[in-house]
Each structure stands twice: as C-alpha cells, then as structure tokens.
Design a protein around this ligand. Structure first.
Ligand code: ZN
Length: 240
C-alpha cells in the first residue's frame, strides 16, 4: 500500500535573512529550496517550519502529522528549546524519521539521539568535494551513480565523533586531502535517522539535482512503516 509521506522541512533561517551572500543563493530560505524540490515528487506532502515561529513551528499537532522531519541548523542550536527537543526525541523514538543536514550534526536533537559529541574537523575554503557511494543498491542512493561531484563545498573531516552507523552510504573525499562519513543511517527506537553532510549555506548545494535526489530518497527510506503495537512488561507464558 502506497500512502502519502508527510514531510516537515525545518530551518534555522537566520543566515538567509542576515547575509546577502546566502540570500542570493536561497532568497526564500534553504527550507523553501528543499521543499520545492520535494514537492515535485509523487506522494510526498511538504510543509516548512522555522526557528523564530512560535514553538519553532514544531507544535504537538505539527509533529503528530509529520512522518519525516528534515533539519537544517547552524548558528542557533542553543536557541532551540529543550522542551521541543524532548518532543522531537519522543516522536523519533515513536517512529518519525529524521534527516539531519550538514551542520545539523551539532543540533541538540541529533547529538541527543547519537549520545556522542558529533564533533569534526572543518574548513570553509576552496574545497572540491566528491561523495562516493559505498552502499550501492541502498534506497538512499538510488539513481545516483558512483558519486556526486560538488565543485565548491565546506570541508568536514574525520574524525567525526559519531556512533558507528548501521549503514554507511556515502563517503566524501575533499581536495584538501580529508575524508568524511557523509551519509550515515541509524535507528533509534522505531525511528530511522539519516545524516547527510553537504549543504554549507554559502554554496548552492541544495539546488544540485543529485543532492535533491538523495534527500527525496532518504525521505522515502526514513518514513515510518506500519508496526503492530509493541508490548512490554510482565508477561504470561504462551504455553500451558
Ligand atoms: Zn557549514
């Protein structure tokens, strides 16, 4: 049975309003670019939410009606209220998919779900990035080919302090010599989590068709599947 996947694209939405360089690339915000790409997909329904909305746009009602949440944050991780992070964590454990993009590696929700520092090396310079598919056949890299080439991107380098991914889908090479685990799959509770590295705000990365393809594929992968309600606690034997 194919049903519609309800996606919420969340963005901090500060750089686009305060930096001309970023506004020129994403005039309506990074969330709007990602949402527009997803709206071209079949059976995906998209809404957006941003940090400065009441409850950061992530009310109980919005989250109860979100199958997959996409997260872009960078300079204001600390401004995300803990009560909202608690709510997000409960929803992920209950089955909502989460796609953390780029600097979302240091977001409160991602570090809480990982349980590690999620720290890494970085450099905004003149790096060229090549993301190699290391799990061919995985649904997240369907129709991607061998690699994605990004002419200009920020460098993120190992060591990346994350738990060992359940599946590592993409590994980046940078022209400065570094490598990085760029596409990482996890499950926490009933929720599926995908970390996807590229997307520094001063580069047009989210306009790249293959980057958009990975995000759309990840939405389908992370969407919850039907499960029989789980039963815990003291249990009578099935056999007499
Ligand atoms: Zn960045």
């Amino acid at each position: 049975m194919v049903t519609t996947i309800r996606v919420t694209v969340w963005n901090e939405f500060r750089h686009e309003r305060h930096m001309t360089e970023v506004a020129n690339i994403y005039p309506e915000g990074i969330h709007a670019t990602i949402a527009a790409a997803l709206r071209k997909e079949e059976q995906i329904e998209v809404r957006t939410a941003t940090l400065d909305e009441p409850e950061h746009g992530l009310t109980e009602d919005v989250l109860q009606n979100t199958d997959v949440l996409i997260w872009w944050g960078h300079s204001a991780h600390g401004e995300v209220a803990d009560v909202i992070v608690d709510r997000l964590q409960q929803r992920v454990l209950g089955g909502m998919g989460l796609i953390a993009l780029h600097s979302g590696h240091l977001s409160k929700i991602f570090t809480r779900l990982m349980g590690t520092s999620c720290d890494l090396k970085w450099r905004v310079g003149n790096d060229h990035e090549r993301l190699w598919v290391v799990a061919p056949g995985h649904p997240i890299v369907e129709r991607i080919g061998q690699y994605i080439e990004l002419e200009h991107e920020e460098m993120y380098g190992e060591h990346f302090d994350i738990p060992q991914p359940d599946t590592l889908v993409l590994v980046s090479w940078f022209s400065g010599g570094e490598i990085f685990r760029s596409g990482c799959c996890y499950t926490r509770g009933q929720g599926k989590i995908f970390y996807f590295r590229p997307g520094h705000e001063t580069f047009p990365t989210y306009h790249h068709p293959q980057v958009q393809r990975v995000i759309a594929n990840a939405v389908r992968w992370a969407a919850p599947t039907y499960r029989t309600p789980l039963i815990y606690g003291n249990t009578a034997p099935l056999e007499k």
